[in-house]
Write a protein that binds this ligand. Structure first.
Ligand code: NDP
Length: 264
């Protein structure tokens, strides 16, 4: 099926790794043009080289999504290079595995800033361009934690709930401008985040290999499909929501969690 993304321009944050990289690859495959954003320029360049896309299809732009001026510069660079911007994927980020007693005030502020401004800065800067597009769309990467909080991810759970509500209210506010806003709520997805946690587990003396360690975690979390998700499985949901074929979907959120959801 043609997703009608050919020659559409999409800005993807967190595009150098994991889910953002998989989204970038899928968009390029669909004929879209991508502005790939992350902080570390060398990792972005490596990712772009691995994708093998030429500059007429892929532009890399280094920016911290919490820094308004850097985000505005990345959006401007994308529009300057490609002539338009049709959609954004607010995906950059990480989570903070810590309970209240393990979390400093500074970490609380950092986590809330990353989750909120990581979307806020990008959507605000992109808004006039998305409004000018006949197919303006936003997809925010979020987590099932937004609805199903965990004490060992105290601030992240709160920040996720805030982002979920922001996605829903922006879906309403931006609809008159023809911009759809949706989000995907993720369970456990096999990306850099989990590889780093596995390395920490091994450094602490853990002996399981990655497959056993991740299968144990999937069982502990009650994931019906019994495994971590793959980045390309998330990318499919995100790219589908970006597609103009999803033209009647806004203010919605889709769980991509292998059946981990226990609450509506
Ligand atoms: P990865 O660690 O593989 O990739 C994270 C990406 O975000 C990198 O490109 C990183 O590049 C970029 N990034 C991080 N912080 C910033 C920042 N402040 N500004 C710009 N770019 C940034 O993670 P995932 O692919 O797993 O995660 C993607 C999103 O999905 C995140 O928001 C994550 O919280 C969310 N998520 C993931 C889950 C999972 O199980 N994997 C579960 C639930 C949600 P650089 O460091 O160079 O900036």
């Amino acid at each position: 099926m043609d997703l009608h993304l050919t020659d559409r321009t999409v800005l993807v944050t967190g595009a150098s790794s994991g889910i953002g990289l998989a989204v970038t690859e899928m968009l390029l495959h669909e004929g879209a043009r991508v502005v790939a954003v992350a902080r570390d320029r060398s990792r972005l360049d490596e990712a772009a080289a691995a994708l093998g896309a030429d500059p007429s299809r892929l532009l890399v732009a280094s920016a911290d999504v919490t820094a308004r001026a850097e985000v505005e510069a990345a959006v401007a660079a994308g529009v300057d290079h490609f002539g338009s911007l049709d959609a954004v994927v607010c995906n950059a980020g990480r989570s903070l595995m810590a309970s209240m007693s393990q979390t400093s005030d500074e970490q609380v502020r950092d986590e809330l800033e990353l989750k909120i401004f990581g979307a806020w800065n990008v959507i605000r800067a992109a808004r006039p361009h998305l409004a000018a597009s006949p197919v303006g769309a936003v997809v925010n990467t979020n987590a099932i934690l937004a609805k199903q909080p965990e004490a060992k991810l105290a601030v992240t759970s709160a920040a996720r709930a805030a982002l979920l509500n922001l996605s829903r209210t922006l879906g309403e506010e931006l609809a008159p401008e023809g911009i759809r806003v949706n989000s995907v709520n993720l369970g456990l997805i096999d990306t850099g985040q989990w590889r780093r946690r596995f390395e920490a587990y091994r450094s602490d003396g853990g002996e399981l290999d990655y497959d056993v360690w991740s299968a144990d975690l999937a069982a502990e979390r009650g994931i019906s499909l019994g495994r971590f998700g793959r980045a390309e499985e998330v990318a499919f949901a995100i790219v589908s929501l970006l597609s103009p074929r999803a033209s009647y979907i806004t203010g919605a959120h889709i769980d991509v969690g292998g059946g981990v959801t226990r609450q509506p």
